[in-house]
Design a protein around this ligand. Structure first.
Ligand code: CO
Ligand code: ZN
Length: 328
């Protein structure tokens, strides 16, 4: 399957942190034809095994997304929400949202709010009903919603609400399809609850007990006007080889191995340091007695907004690099 097709299929599923059932089902369905075993752990992370001789290797991509959770329903039918993960009210202003049952709404700041300092409590979701009673027929306190937008492609660039981290899930699924004979006992893990604190990766890594691990996630770029230089990568520069983020300092052997494979395989790559924000690598490397951990990153603009933008060529480079890592 093409990476883009997978991305489109995953974009239609519901999977905010803690409610990943529907995205998990879709990934399991896509992985099954190429896997030896497909299971899930107690928290819900999906563990896809492809057997091989050698050390146990875990590649992790989180399948949860940021989103909102309904906390109050007002007399007039407007919803007040809390957040799941690092979702910013300013960045979400006027975005369309979608509930698991298909109900649509729009996230709106109050007219009187100071937009520059916009707080979540000054925003509401309008689901187009007249009052509380009508609203309660459609949603309840505790229901979750996610950005509702299409995956759009122009040239080599792709834009959509949840490239973080569905593009990495698609990268892993493409690699799985391409790997002929792994030189390791391979576990592809699609983790839950990354956006609320790397929770799923922690339990899944304990279960897998890997000798080496790689977290695959999007990373910050430094290639747009007014960049705050939070990241080091640029779109189109190839696969990001992670050196560090706020949750991990990658194992030097893993960094060196990935760089060597990029060089010998003629795979475009660039070094990735993310100055703020962590990844599943953080939970992975401190599991049990410690795991040799690295990261392969897809450079992404406007992370955690409804318009995350990445390069399909960079994603393809990540597929090639990961395939080489597990085959050699
Ligand atoms: Co994220
Ligand atoms: Zn992520």
């Amino acid at each position: 399957m093409e990476l883009l097709e997978i991305l489109e299929a995953l974009n239609q599923t519901h999977g905010p942190s803690g409610d990943e059932g529907s995205v998990r089902e879709k990934i399991a369905e896509l992985a099954r034809p190429f896997a030896d075993e497909v299971t899930a752990d107690t928290l819900g992370s999906l563990i896809v095994r492809k057997k091989g001789d050698g050390p146990r290797v875990m590649l992790a991509a989180h399948m949860d997304s940021i989103g909102f959770i309904v906390t109050h329903i007002e007399k007039e039918g407007f919803l007040r929400v809390g957040k799941l993960g690092g979702i910013s009210p300013k960045e979400a202003a006027y975005a369309s949202v979608r509930f698991k049952n298909g109900v649509r709404g729009v996230f709106v700041p109050e007219e009187k709010a100071d937009f520059g300092k916009l707080k979540l409590d000054e925003c509401f979701i309008d689901i187009g009903v007249e009052n509380e009673e009508e609203a309660k027929k459609l949603v309840q306190v505790g229901d979750t919603c996610v950005y509702d937008g299409p995956i759009r492609v122009q040239g080599s660039r792709v834009t959509g609400p949840y490239l973080d981290d569905r593009i990495a899930c698609a990268v892993l699924l493409c690699a799985l399809e391409r790997i002929e004979k792994p030189a390791c006992d391979l576990y592809l893990v699609f983790t839950v609850q990354e956006e609320v604190g790397l929770r799923g990766a922690r339990t899944a890594a304990w279960w897998v007990e890997p000798d080496a691990g790689i977290a695959v996630d999007v990373t910050d770029v430094d290639d747009t006007p007014g960049s705050e230089r939070c990241g080091t990568t640029r779109l189109g520069g190839g696969a990001g080889i992670k050196v560090m983020d706020s949750s991990v300092i990658c194992h030097p052997q893993v960094v060196a191995r990935l760089e060597e494979l990029a060089k010998t395989g003629d795979i475009p790559a660039q070094r990735d340091i993310m100055r703020g924000g962590g990844t599943d690598a953080g939970a992975l490397h401190t599991t049990r007695l410690g795991v040799k951990t690295g990261g392969v990153s897809i450079p992404c603009r406007y992370i955690h907004t409804p318009a995350e933008t990445a390069s399909l060529q960079d994603a393809e480079a990540c597929v090639q690099l990961l395939t080489a890592f597990v085959e050699k």
